[in-house]
Design a protein around this ligand. Sequence first.
Ligand code: NAG
Ligand code: NAG
Ligand code: NAG
Ligand code: NAG
Length: 413
Amino acid sequence: MAMSVVVSLISILVASTIFSQPNAMSFPQELLSTIGTAVPPSSSTSLSPATSSILGPPFSNTSLSPATSSVPRTAPPLVPALFVIGDSSVDCGTNNFLGTLARADRLPYGRDFDTHRPTGRFCNGRIPVDYLALRLGLPFVPSYLGQAGTVEDMTHGVNYASAGAGVIFSSGSELGQHISLTQQIQQFTDTYQQFILSMGELAATDLISNSVFYISIGINDYIHYYLINVSNVQDLYLPWSFNEFLASTIREELKNLYNLNVRRMVVVGLAPIGCAPHYLWRYRSNNGECVEEINDMVMEFNFVMRYIIDELSQGLPNSNIIFCDVFEGSMDIIKNHKRYGFNVTTDACCGLGKYNGWIMCISEEMACSNASNHIWWDQFHPTDAVNAILADNVWNGLHTNMCYPMNLEDMVT
Ligand SMILES: *[C@@H]1O[C@H](CO)[C@@H](O)[C@H](O)[C@H]1NC(C)=O
Ligand SMILES: *[C@@H]1O[C@H](CO)[C@@H](O)[C@H](O)[C@H]1NC(C)=O
Ligand SMILES: *[C@@H]1O[C@H](CO)[C@@H](O)[C@H](O)[C@H]1NC(C)=O
Ligand SMILES: *[C@@H]1O[C@H](CO)[C@@H](O)[C@H](O)[C@H]1NC(C)=O
């Protein structure tokens, strides 16, 4: 095991040298300019399923087929489809196709998933959107790069999320390739065009405007941008103005989605990564106390985002946009961990070093035997058990109220 750790460390160093690029807080103009306008399919600048194979091996056997066996589907779906935009909190296989260190395509990732195989989810089991898909009466949603590219594969929804991605285009680029927020929305416009071509504009628009969009992104703009002071950002932006910059950029992207006839959106805030094993290790937490300065930034961001969404939805007719504060939900779990059945609150199930927060989870020997009494699966991501609770809260506030001004269930029923 020691040997494989050394080898992995070397590969991390090599890869981060290869992938490190000059960072600038800029968005490629060609991506921005195509958003919100009708683009012929051939002019797309984003990765599409057809071109993804040049970036890596096809993972057809590890990607989950849309039908899930474990939960019987009795009632008809409440909505036509679930679309997902985000980062590793909801990536279900995008990064399997990219040249990146941010990948979860090997065990022990996925060991407690329905298939007991790695899928690209950064978890031992399911991620929140899996639980929510089932609540909506839908099958698990395939990743955009992992499906065959046919309309049948996409009519119940598509997951564009990519681990390492942020709101800022270059956030996470030291890990390698990722699909940023703007690029994910571009990929969605490609999907929309395919729907229009195959079912006609009316039916496609009907499908999109009745479907749910789940948006979970922004934490990598802290982990991989602000907190590591890329481009001297900490001197240029105080936390407050960086928060406002991120939140208002997300607002513009939500408007772009609205202009593409998206009406139902769930925006989840940022999680308390100041309590994540990686930061407990890095900031030398003594007894597992969370890093307050990081959590304060996250809380402030969520505060701004909630306000912005409230304001935005009032200005967009017939929109249904809710904000779910995953910080509140997660802190409730950490504080009341005994009630939820967790007795390991600071150490990741899988990793190495103090709190298992030093080295990322890369081998089965690094993992604990039973993740279900752990809050954290690896140095940044919660366990399946936590994801289930958070998804319950998004759905109907079962354990604690987390969504404003309503829960997802109220939005779709
Ligand atoms: C992938 O699945 C197909 C059919 O299910 C099977 O024939 C093939 O051997 C599998 N490949 C691998 C690498 O597991
Ligand atoms: C951020 O980086 C710049 C340039 O590398 C440096 O001058 C500055 O002190 C750093 N700021 C903080 C708060 O570390
Ligand atoms: C947590 O509980 C399990 C069994 O329920 C036990 O084996 C383990 O030692 C406990 N861990 C801690 C840190 O208390
Ligand atoms: C894991 O721990 C949970 C909660 O402590 C317990 O219910 C479950 O039976 C354990 N599973 C295994 C395989 O030991």
